[in-house]
Design a protein around this ligand. Structure first.
Ligand SMILES: NC(=O)c1ccc[n+]([C@@H]2O[C@H](COP(=O)([O-])OP(=O)(O)OC[C@H]3O[C@@H](n4cnc5c(N)ncnc54)[C@H](OP(=O)(O)O)[C@@H]3O)[C@@H](O)[C@H]2O)c1
Length: 342
């Protein structure tokens, strides 16, 4: 079965709540853990016991309701309970990220897995973040990029004494990158702040969402180049097509078309669970793109996107590297260095 159909009609998951290893003392962050796929993932980790799970999202009250819902509808082992904690951060406003990371660092000595799962889709053309970036690119890539960068020192420190390949960063991509978005990956000129309206292609919300999801894979691949030697695994996943509020803004006819291929969000959480915890995933997989429902990698990404992963001196287009550097430049000034005295 080709890459397209095997993501629409995936084989059964190979790693589920029954395969979760002992999590004693481990600390996790799930961005967007108050809803959809992230919520299901948080619930599974809570039930497994022994760990601390931060639900990092933009609304304190929605995080709190999800924590109440998980703790009343799921059980955690009495002898080794898990703890759910809130972390308020708005990925569409770069000013909120350093304070959220400082808040986390004030309470935790380790970070085992960061699931960069939060995201927006199908936002109206012209929508922008607080800093004027196209809303999908800003929320799905720039915010998570900065968040990850600021957490990296703790991730690499944790990796020094942790079992091999157990410290991980997971970025969340989508099947849309196989079908939509610019040839060659990302056109940085289209992504400049306050410039969205200047580009015709950027008026298409599938295009802008796809750019951000290509960006998520590229961020995973570029991060891998920087952290593999320190023992941190960095991969991306397409969680799979699942019924969540992420689909709410889609037109009724598109909803009708996709309906037969939408699954329970728990299935998407299995993909993320596998990427974050399965022993099968190691640093040598860094930069790969997992596909639903986990247990396997994308069998054949688009050639033009693969070219982007290689530098120009290696006969690639170098787009992923250029994208990483662009994210560095755009987020400069939001790292909160002064406050932390770095
Ligand atoms: N559902 C699918 O079929 C599908 C397919 C492929 C890929 N994905 C990807 O999978 C991930 C999870 O999707 P989902 O369907 O579970 O989405 P969802 O149900 O809409 O949940 C998205 C989560 O992200 C949070 N979020 C959104 N904007 C944020 C911001 N500015 N700052 C902080 N948190 C923010 C949301 O918080 P609020 O509750 O406050 O809005 C929510 O917790 C996304 O990255 C999505 O692109 C989903």
């Amino acid at each position: 079965m080709g890459a397209f159909w095997s993501q629409l009609l995936p084989p059964p998951p190979t790693f589920t709540e029954f395969n979760i290893p002992a999590l004693h003392g481990r600390v996790f962050i799930i961005t967007g853990g108050n809803a959809g796929v992230g919520f299901c993932l948080a619930k599974m980790l809570y039930s497994a016991g022994g760990c601390t799970i931060y639900i990092a999202s933009r609304s304190a009250s929605r995080i709190q309701s999800s924590i109440s819902e998980i703790s009343t509808t799921a059980s955690t082992p009495a002898a080794t309970p898990s703890t759910l904690k809130p972390l308020v951060v708005d990925f569409a406003d770069l000013r909120t990220i350093a304070p959220a990371v400082s808040e986390f660092l004030a309470h935790e000595q380790r970070l085992d897995v960061l699931w960069n799962n939060a995201g927006v889709a199908q936002q109206p053309p012209g929508s922008t973040t607080a800093q004027g970036y196209e809303i999908h690119m800003g929320t799905n890539c720039l915010g998570p990029f900065l968040f990850t960068q600021l957490l990296l020192p703790l991730l690499t420190k944790t990796a020094q004494d942790a079992p091999s390949s157990s410290i991980r960063v997971i970025f969340t991509s989508s099947q849309i990158i196989d079908t939509t978005g610019p040839m060659g990956g990302i056109r940085l000129s289209e992504q400049e702040a306050h410039a969205t309206h200047l580009h015709t292609a950027m008026q298409d919300k599938n295009y802008t969402y796809a750019c951000s999801k290509i960006g998520n894979w590229y961020l995973a691949a570029e991060l891998d180049k920087r952290v593999r030697a320190a023992g941190v695994v960095s991969v991306a996943v397409n969680p799979g097509n699942v019924r969540t509020k992420g689909w709410d803004p889609v037109s009724w006819d598109a909803k009708l078309l996709i309906a037969p291929f939408l699954y329970d969000p728990q299935m998407g959480a299995y993909t993320e669970l596998w990427a974050g915890l399965a022993e099968q995933v190691t640093t040598s997989d860094g930069g790969k793109l997992g596909v639903p429902w986990g247990g396997r990698w994308h069998p054949g990404p688009r050639r033009d996107l693969l070219d982007g992963l290689r530098r120009k001196v290696d006969w690639g287009s170098g787009v992923a590297g250029e994208f990483w550097e662009w994210c560095e430049v755009q987020t400069r000034g939001f790292a909160g260095d002064e406050e932390r005295g770095d």
